[in-house]
Design a protein around this ligand. Structure first.
Ligand SMILES: C[S@@+](CC[C@H](N)C(=O)[O-])C[C@H]1O[C@@H](n2cnc3c(N)ncnc32)[C@H](O)[C@@H]1O
Length: 504
């Protein structure tokens, strides 16, 4: 930091002081906090392995104030930072001694030659994909992203090489007509299908070109990859899908869930959900249409890709990450979907209804009707209050599954799948006071016991935590009890693959 022109930065802060006071905290002026943003980019450099090793060529697309080139240069790399003309960013970059190369990224237009290929390409907090024609705001289409990524992979990236993208959120209108800022999930799904390691929560994806001359999507044709990549299907939550997608991106497995038509892996929690999923995909049972949205995200439409994935997987990773079981009319429903479809839009009455269900009690007719009235008043013009809502409100029942029921479920699933199956429980976590989260520990113990009773192979994530510590393994410095830290996801992927190789 000794090389930074601090007087110049002070002058810039003074120049923009008035406008900064009225500006949104997330506006471009935040980049005047050079210490903070340099630290962020240091973390990125370390994530990409740029804090060690030989000098590399790096391209930073939409470089802004040049914080990332500043950090890369410190580690001895050659960096090209491209951006559009902007006095604020120009001023910051000048204070950091970084040169910005003026190149505008345009849809369906290749980047110009930038002095040769790059070992690492970064596009961080992207806004070039914002068409700024609003309102409503419009963003790049799937085809425009595909063009951009193809151009980078074909014409700008070396192999081996890494392409890292961190998206900005986009404005989208949700089902209730509210405008929300969300990551482009379709894009994240699409790149995951093409072999990128994806962190959906943080809107990041990364392609690693390991094999010379091969694009990630073309890995199947690469001669330098192992002759056989294990075909792995995953039935569980993001804690197994994301690591396996990362392992696929690294070329170690062939992650079968990528074949699902909508590109979403389908999130399952309770072992009964997994059994039902397998039977639905195989056409052994048909779920009433009105109940499907309460069982699977956007309602499950079994497709050919799912059937093929089930048929061709050589082994299956099954995450049984809850002992909570929700059921209506004999169908297993999903806690998150019930919450999303009924509890969130249903306001206070729905919260009372939910508490009643979770206490294992039957809700009164009056309570059910008050939830219905609330939902109908909200959806009068937007969405039809359907038979499914009525049915779930009246018929939903809840129970904790005992260890024996989970064991019966795993046994049945093993029979249905008839191939090696690796059981993964949820992560046993410690609270800030050092004690294990009791509720979590309870179902982790049940799952482990059920698997060992049946002699099924198991991978308990507790071993990662014992080895590397909760603060490194889990997101938000260990305080997010549901998600692995973005840079730890590939480690989990390697562990799962190692465990699978022992059983296949
Ligand atoms: C949110 S800033 C991110 C800056 C930097 N990547 C970071 O993470 O600190 C977005 C950057 O993209 C640049 N940008 C926007 N549209 C662009 C385009 N069409 N071509 C190149 N850069 C663009 C903006 O000027 C700005 O510097």
């Amino acid at each position: 930091m000794a090389t930074v022109d601090c007087a110049g930065l002070d002058a810039l802060r003074a120049k923009y002081a008035d406008v900064m006071r009225g500006a949104h905290p997330d506006s471009a002026y935040k980049y005047l906090d050079v210490a903070f943003h340099t630290r962020q980019k240091l973390l990125l450099a370390s994530r990409l392995g740029l804090d060690q090793g030989p000098p590399r060529r790096v391209l930073d697309i939409g470089t802004g104030g040049g914080h990332f080139p500043f950090v890369c240069r410190f580690f001895g790399h050659e960096v090209v930072g491209i951006d559009v003309d902007d006095p604020l960013y120009d001023g910051i970059a000048a204070c950091l001694g970084v040169q910005r190369t003026l190149v505008r990224v345009r849809p369906n237009t290749p980047l110009p030659a930038l002095g040769g290929r790059f070992d690492v390409i970064v596009a961080c907090n992207t806004t070039f994909n914002d068409k700024e024609q609003g309102p409503p705001r419009t963003y790049w289409s799937a085809a425009e992203w595909q063009y951009f990524l193809d151009d980078l992979l074909d014409n700008q990236l070396r192999s081996p090489g890494r392409l890292y993208v961190k998206l900005n959120k986009e404005y989208r209108t949700d089902a209730a007509g509210r405008e929300r800022l969300v990551y482009n999930r379709d894009l994240l799904d699409r790149v995951a299908r093409n072999g990128a390691a994806v962190d959906r929560r943080h809107g990041m994806f990364e392609f690693s070109l390991a094999a010379r001359g091969a694009r990630p999507a073309d890995k199947a044709r690469s001669s330098s990859r192992p002759a056989h990549r294990l075909r792995v299907l995953s039935l569980g939550s993001c804690r197994v899908h994301e690591p396996l997608a990362a392992a696929h991106g690294l070329g170690t497995i062939d992650y079968q869930n990528r074949r699902f038509a909508r590109g979403r892996p389908v999130y399952l929690h309770d072992v009964q959900e997994a059994i039902q999923f397998v039977r639905l995909v195989r056409g052994e049972t048909v779920m009433p249409v009105d109940l499907r949205p309460f069982a699977y995200e956007s309602g499950l439409r079994p497709d050919h890709g799912m059937a093929l994935a089930l048929q061709q997987a050589e082994c299956v990773v099954v995450e049984a990450c809850t002992d909570k079981h929700y059921e209506a009319a004999g169908w297993t429903l999903n806690i998150n979907e019930i919450h999303r479809q009924l509890v969130v839009p249903g306001g206070r009455p729905a919260e009372d209804w939910w508490q009643t269900i979770d206490a294992g009690q039957r809700p009164s007719t009056r309570l059910v009707e008050s939830v219905e009235a609330e939902l109908q008043s909200r959806w009068r013009t937007r969405r039809r209050f359907g038979a499914g809502h009525r049915r779930v409100l009246r018929e939903l029942v809840f129970r904790y599954q005992a260890m024996a029921e989970i064991a019966r479920g795993l046994d049945r699933l093993q029979g249905l799948l008839a191939r090696p199956m690796l059981v993964v429980p949820h992560v046993a976590v410690r609270q800030p006071d050092g004690c294990f989260l009791a509720e979590r520990l309870q179902h982790v113990a049940k799952t482990c016991q059920a698997a060992s009773t049946l002699g099924l192979p198991m991978l308990d994530p507790r071993q990662f935590i014992d080895r590397h510590g909760q603060s490194r393994v889990l997101a938000d410095g260990g305080s997010d009890f549901h998600h692995y830290a973005a840079d730890y996801v590939p480690v989990v992927g390697c562990e799962i693959v190692r465990a699978l190789r022992e059983i296949v």
